[in-house]
Design a binder for this molecule. Structure first.
Ligand code: B16
Ligand code: MG
Length: 214
């Protein structure tokens, strides 16, 4: 029986994925390469260090440790500039309503995001208080597709993996949910994500429906 919902942030609750895309594209161009939508798909849900490693590999640029550190900071600064004006109206369609319904039904809620900026983004959206646990890039050693972020989320809520349902928009995140032994709802294309159930946005379903389905 499902007792807790574990939410990814970027691409599920808020469309900050587009800001990550723009900031990584700037980094790629700075390194003399380009950055396609297909490459971006591979970076969704992947933490900052691992994303930059991929970009360096794709652009075939020579980057020493100091430059690597500087590029990470530069990317984050570009990302922070892009999200500076973020507010509750920037949540994805139906997402905040879905979270409030979940909360009012007594279903436990945790965040399972790769982003170190997640607490700040939740605050800007005004929804921090709905979360019983917040696990983000600051609290995990292993990035998605490793299951650590979701296992920690379940543990913080006092639930077993089999009692949790994960909401994810990334290939890496769905893999992480599977490796954690959790059912998953994919936000995006079924063919790409391979989750147990798919919607274009979280607002297309309800907590009640999902509780009866899983
Ligand atoms: P930051 P999620 C992920 O968040 C993003 O999908 C990914 O594009 C980003 O690189 C990663 O967070 C790290 O973010 O640089 O802010 O720490 O989808 O897991 O909520
Ligand atoms: Mg995501």
């Amino acid at each position: 029986m499902i007792k807790g919902f574990l939410f990814d942030l970027d691409g599920v609750i808020v469309d900050t994925a587009v800001f990550h895309f723009r900031a990584w594209r700037k980094v790629s161009r700075k390194l003399g390469g380009d950055f396609t939508e297909a490459q971006n798909e591979q970076l969704k849900g992947i933490n900052r260090v691992d994303s930059l490693k991929k970009i360096v590999e794709w652009t075939k640029a020579e980057v020493d440790d100091l430059q690597f550190q500087a590029l990470q900071e530069q990317k984050n600064q570009w990302y922070l500039d892009l999200v500076s004006g973020l507010g509750p109206n920037d949540a994805l369609p139906g997402a905040i309503n879905f979270l409030r319904q979940t909360h009012s039904k007594g279903i436990l809620i945790a965040l399972g995001s790769a982003s170190k900026n997640a607490p700040m983004v939740l605050k800007k959206l005004g929804i921090t208080e709905l979360f019983g646990a917040i696990i983000d890039g600051n609290n995990v050693i292993n990035g998605k597709p490793h299951p650590e972020v979701f296992l920690k989320g379940a543990n913080s809520l006092g639930l077993k993996p089999s009692e949790c349902l994960v909401f994810e928009d990334s290939i890496a995140g769905v893999k992480a949910a599977k490796q954690a032994g959790m059912a998953s709802v994919g936000i995006g294309e079924a063919e790409t994500l391979q989750a147990d159930l798919h919607f274009n946005s979280i607002g297309e379903t309800t907590p009640e429906y999902l509780l009866t389905h899983f």
